[in-house]
Design a protein around this ligand. Structure first.
Ligand SMILES: Cc1cc2nc3c(=O)[nH]c(=O)nc-3n(C[C@H](O)[C@H](O)[C@H](O)COP(=O)(O)OP(=O)(O)OC[C@H]3O[C@@H](n4cnc5c(N)ncnc54)[C@H](O)[C@@H]3O)c2cc1C
Length: 328
């Protein structure tokens, strides 16, 4: 590990002041960042601990919630208002990592955790454009069973690893940030970038920009939600494919539907084609199957991961059928 200084921020302004210094990086629970520092993939010269900031969950007048960036993943999953209004978030969080990691990990850190692509972690032998721009990508022609079938580029096919982010993608939250330029609100769908020819730039945040929290809009009454994660082991494994869905069927027709996929793209993937096909359609298995087929028709599998397209198709169909069954 390289030498670095450590300071605990006393308030958001203090954090941003310290975070603006060259080589500074924010420290949440450290469950991802410290690993990356050990591997020398991340080399901050200063860590600004932000776990003392904004760790509250507050109800909004419209029935939504404001969640501070320093809320621990366990605290968020267990909060009564999250469990009752956004069970999809609780399910996504507990599907990830281990209880010990979830006790440490924060909302802000979870949003910005980095890919688990094995080539990104292999500092001894592998080429990786995300780790070192313009170096090349060994995943594209290497063992790419875990990699992207949507949104990849010739520079990068790594997938985004967060379960929480997939569930958030189906809820359209707003991300709140603070930097030396002031406060900003970013629609969650715009936070993460696709790789293009700059896979090292993963979000639209500016250097030193601090995530202070999230606002979740109220979920319409009558909507049902689910998060299903398919993985190689039943616990402690990243998703091969995951599906987050919110479905509202009234009088047999789909009034509203949101579907997001994990494990398939460099960012949490909104299944916009499937959603468009379903709005106003009968809320039955035939519509769900057709919509899932339409979404997966655009998949671009790599050598080893063609199975993900079929797996995602079936999982979308199964999750929507489950939700429609619950609504009946
Ligand atoms: C063995 C293992 C298994 C795991 N399995 C899963 C899994 O199945 N599913 C899953 O979703 N995750 C999994 N994880 C990842 C885990 O969820 C992340 O490590 C965790 O969410 C990161 O949160 P953190 O607070 O520890 O972030 P940190 O490691 O502290 O930080 C991560 C990044 O976020 C930045 N950051 C932190 N807070 C802020 C802020 N407020 N504003 C701006 N930047 C900030 C840091 O600078 C850093 O770049 C696993 C991790 C491990 C080690």
């Amino acid at each position: 590990m390289n030498p670095f200084s450590y300071a605990r921020a006393s308030d958001p302004g203090d954090a941003v002041l310290r975070g603006a210094a060259q080589g500074s990086q924010y420290l949440g629970g450290g469950t991802n960042l410290v690993d990356l520092m050990r591997e020398t993939i991340e080399r901050p010269s200063a860590l600004v601990d932000v776990t003392g900031l904004s760790d509250r969950i507050e109800e909004r007048p419209d029935g939504g919630l404001r969640i501070g960036a320093a809320v621990r993943n366990t605290a968020m999953a267990e909060h009564p208002l999250v469990r009752s209004r956004y069970p999809i978030l609780t399910r996504a969080i507990v599907a990830g990592a281990s209880p010990q990691i979830r006790n440490m990990a924060t909302v802000g850190g979870n949003l910005l955790q980095r890919t688990r692509c094995a080539y990104f972690y292999d500092t001894d032998g592998a080429r990786c454009n995300k780790r070192q721009p313009e170096q090349g990508c060994d995943a594209r022609d290497g063992f790419n069973r875990m990699h992207a079938i949507f949104g990849g580029s010739s520079s990068c096919v790594a997938v985004h690893p967060s379960d929480l982010c997939v569930a958030l993608m189906a809820l359209d939250p707003t991300v709140h940030t603070l930097s030396s330029q002031g406060e900003r609100e970013i629609p969650f769908a715009e936070l993460h970038r696709l790789p293009g020819d700059r896979p090292d730039i993963e979000t639209m945040l500016e250097p030193g920009e601090l995530i202070t929290g999230l606002t979740l809009p109220a979920v319409p009454l009558g909507a049902r939600s689910a998060y299903r994660k398919v993985r190689d082991r039943s616990s402690y494994a990243f998703a091969l494919v995951s599906v987050a869905a919110v479905l509202n069927v009234e009088d047999g027709r789909v009034q509203d539907v949101r579907i997001a996929l994990g494990g398939v793209a460099p960012k949490p993937w909104r299944a916009a084609k499937a959603e468009a096909a379903l709005r106003g359609a009968p809320g039955n298995e035939a519509s769900f199957a057709a919509a899932a087929r339409e979404e997966l028709a655009d998949a671009v599998p790599l050598r080893d991961n063609g199975f993900k397209a079929e797996l995602a198709r079936r999982t979308i169909e199964a999750v929507l059928s489950q939700l429609a069954g619950e609504a009946a």
